[in-house]
Design a protein around this ligand. Structure first.
Ligand SMILES: [Mn+2]
Length: 288
């Protein structure tokens, strides 16, 4: 048997789309990886993450909690292979449609550029958005190989939209990116080493954020031992327990959207897809 689920095209435990409740969550996939510069394949992320989502119990014994949050899986957006800007616009329009229905977006990538459209839609709805960006990389280049729309420029575009940034798990950046961070007032950094040594400081900072929060998780924030199938694997990353603590802290806040991107698994049951599915599943369990 190739698949371990009866309906692999929808996230496990997602509800029927006919009876949509307000203040719920809506999953959309963005199967796009045209600007990927190293390990390609994240266009398969939405498929493999959904398939992996069927490996877990509805009850979470770590959190002592049942998954009761209302959420729906609306399938994948129609991407434009080879055109990142057009694909970002399609993601933006789709997220706007969800927001009009009072549904908060959960995006499964696909490359990280998917965040641009989502944050654009959210910054039009919310006056002051804070983006919690979990990643090995800052993604703050103004252009990458001459392109403004790229997986490597995504947080620069997000910052231009007026969002405050909190970058967590960082362990790779260019000198230009570091100088850009120093020149701004609204980018907070917790490098990978800070998270491991001073998680209490991370929690304290997150607890005190005011206003709506969007969470963007690049799967390369994890150590490559846990999540090797990503676009740019980078050693000395975080563990699932770090993410559990961060999500437990953030779920008491006003979280208005989430993306989990850069899963480039090329086979069913790959551990990167399993970890990505578990993160989404943990978030949905905690956020209720
Ligand atoms: Mn990254």
């Amino acid at each position: 048997m190739l698949l371990n689920t009866y309906e692999p095209w929808k996230f496990a435990f997602s509800q029927e789309n006919e009876d949509i409740k307000e203040n719920s969550f809506g999953i959309i996939g963005v199967p796009f990886d045209s600007t990927t510069s190293y390990h390609s394949g994240s266009r398969l992320g939405p498929i493999v993450v959904r398939e992996a989502s069927f490996g877990f119990e509805k009850y979470n014994t770590i959190f002592n909690k049942d998954l009761t949050t209302a959420f729906y899986d609306f399938g994948d957006v129609n991407v434009v292979p080879g055109n990142c800007e057009k694909t970002c616009n399609i993601v933006e329009d789709t997220v706007k449609e969800l927001l009009d229905l009072e549904i908060k977006p959960i995006i499964i990538g696909g490359e990280h550029s998917a965040s641009i459209g989502a944050v654009k839609a959210l910054t039009e709805k919310y006056e002051k958005l804070t983006v919690i960006h979990l990643d090995a990389h800052r993604d703050l280049a103004f252009k990458f190989v001459g392109e403004k729309y790229s997986h490597a420029t995504v947080m620069r575009r997000v910052h231009e939209l007026g969002a405050d940034l909190v970058q967590i798990g960082i362990r790779s950046a260019s000198k230009d990116e570091e100088e850009f961070v120093k020149s701004t007032y609204n980018i907070q950094t917790f490098k990978s080493r800070d998270v491991k040594k001073h998680m209490d400081a991370v929690e304290y900072y997150l607890v005190n954020i005011e206003g709506p929060i969007y969470i963007s998780i690049d799967m390369d924030v994890f150590d490559p031992a846990i999540a090797p199938s990503v676009g740019n694997p980078t050693p000395n990353g975080l563990y699932v327990s770090h993410l559990e603590t961060i999500l437990e802290t953030l779920c008491h806040k006003n979280v208005v959207g989430l993306d989990v991107v850069e899963t480039a698994s090329d086979r069913l049951g790959d551990n990167t897809a399993v970890v990505a599915a578990k993160i989404i599943y943990d978030f949905l369990t905690l956020i209720d």
